[in-house]
Ligand binder design. Structure first.
Ligand SMILES: *[C@@H]1O[C@H](CO)[C@@H](O)[C@H](O)[C@H]1NC(C)=O
Ligand SMILES: *[C@@H]1O[C@H](CO)[C@@H](O)[C@H](O)[C@H]1NC(C)=O
Ligand SMILES: *[C@@H]1O[C@H](CO)[C@@H](O)[C@H](O)[C@H]1NC(C)=O
Ligand SMILES: *[C@@H]1O[C@H](CO)[C@@H](O)[C@H](O)[C@H]1NC(C)=O
Ligand SMILES: *[C@@H]1O[C@H](CO)[C@@H](O)[C@H](O)[C@H]1NC(C)=O
Length: 298
């Protein structure tokens, strides 16, 4: 009897040790389960089995020390159907949220997402979410990277985004965004070192705000909109962009008067109403890997 009891005690002890070292927190597990159950599919993630540690579930990552869920990354899930669940807000330690290539993810962004104070990387791309880009995103104070590309978002660009102290890159390409680029987009927080802006393939119009000249872009893509105005906010002395695409807009300026920086290795200004001569600085430049000036009035 005694050896058996000892064995059982040993097994229980052992189970307890290994479980304590690995099991994710009950409240994170509850939030993940609520996330899963909010979709109309009966069992969207077969590995999300209650018998296993939820830190080992598909797409879930925990911090090794705290066992808190810090990353949720769900991609290429053709059948997942429903809106973005507000239960995500209960993953309070989440730093990285990626919902990518989920064609049946629909509806608007729930305001509860502002309750994730540590969220740094937020990618919701190639889905069918719609509605405006909410102003309340500017309340997610740690947000550093925002990618909402390839969705069905409409409405105007929220002028509040540049108030985010760590934001360094925005990709809002391939939506149905309209209106002008707000003047506030020239006032990203200096300490964040804003780098990359992609607003391509939308329905933006109106002149570029002159404030954009303040932003130390390394990459700008505004192609396929209906923007006008002064593109020298991107070019010229003191600028350091390596990639600029302003193609397929309504830009109308004298190219001979622009100066270009040596950092540039990709420039596409095709399909505008740009006139003048192509500067030697461009044609003789050895630093270009890609240059397209076609379909203008040069
Ligand atoms: C995990 O949590 C510890 C303690 O809070 C923290 O020091 C560490 O940076 C975290 N690691 C990651 C990868 O977030
Ligand atoms: C978050 O968790 C609490 C307690 O478990 C629950 O009452 C609440 O409904 C959850 N919030 C959301 C948005 O699911
Ligand atoms: C949005 O839904 C339509 C039709 O349901 C589908 O054809 C399209 O691929 C979806 N968009 C994305 C980006 O998945
Ligand atoms: C672009 O704007 C011009 C006026 O500035 C307008 O005539 C034209 O229809 C617009 N094009 C598109 C594709 O919206
Ligand atoms: C330049 O742009 C035009 C129009 O968009 C396109 O037809 C052409 O193939 C491009 N040239 C190169 C070298 O990519």
């Amino acid at each position: 009897m005694l050896p058996l009891l000892l064995t059982i005690t040993f097994i229980l002890f052992h189970l307890h040790i290994s479980a304590a070292a690995r099991l994710c927190r009950w409240d994170d597990r509850a939030a993940l389960t609520a996330f899963k159950n909010s979709f109309t599919n009966p069992n969207p993630f077969p590995t999300w089995d209650p018998a296993f540690d939820c830190c080992d579930w598909y797409g879930v990552k925990c911090n090794d020390t705290t066992s808190r869920v810090i990353s949720l990354d769900i991609a290429s899930h053709g059948s997942l159907t429903g809106p973005i669940p507000s239960s995500l807000a209960n993953l309070t330690y989440l730093q990285n949220l990626c919902l990518h290539k989920i064609p049946n993810l629909v509806g608007q962004t729930p305001p509860s997402l502002t309750k994730i104070p540590n969220l740094r990387f937020r990618v919701i791309s190639w889905t069918n979410i719609s509605g405006p880009i909410p102003h309340f995103l500017a309340q997610i104070k740690n947000l550093a990277y925002l990618d909402l590309s390839f969705n069905r978002l409409s409405g105007t660009l929220p002028p509040s985004l540049p108030t985010l102290p760590y934001l360094f890159a925005i990709d809002l390409s391939r939506n149905q965004l309209t209106g002008p680029i707000p003047e506030a987009f020239g006032h990203f927080q200096k300490a964040a070192g804003f780098q990359a802006l992609d607003l391509s393939h939308n329905k933006l119009f109106g002149p570029l705000p002159s404030s954009l000249t303040n932003v130390p872009f390394s990459s700008v893509d505004v192609c396929r909109n209906n923007l006008t105005g002064d593109t020298s906010v991107f070019f010229g002395k003191g600028k350091a962009a390596s990639r600029i695409d302003i193609s397929r807009n309504g830009f109308e300026f004298d190219l001979s008067k622009e100066s270009f920086m040596e950092s540039l290795d990709m420039l596409d200004i095709s399909h505008n109403r740009i006139y003048g001569e192509i500067p030697k600085q461009i044609t003789e430049a050895v630093y270009f890997q890609f240059l397209n000036v076609s379909y203008n009035r040069l």
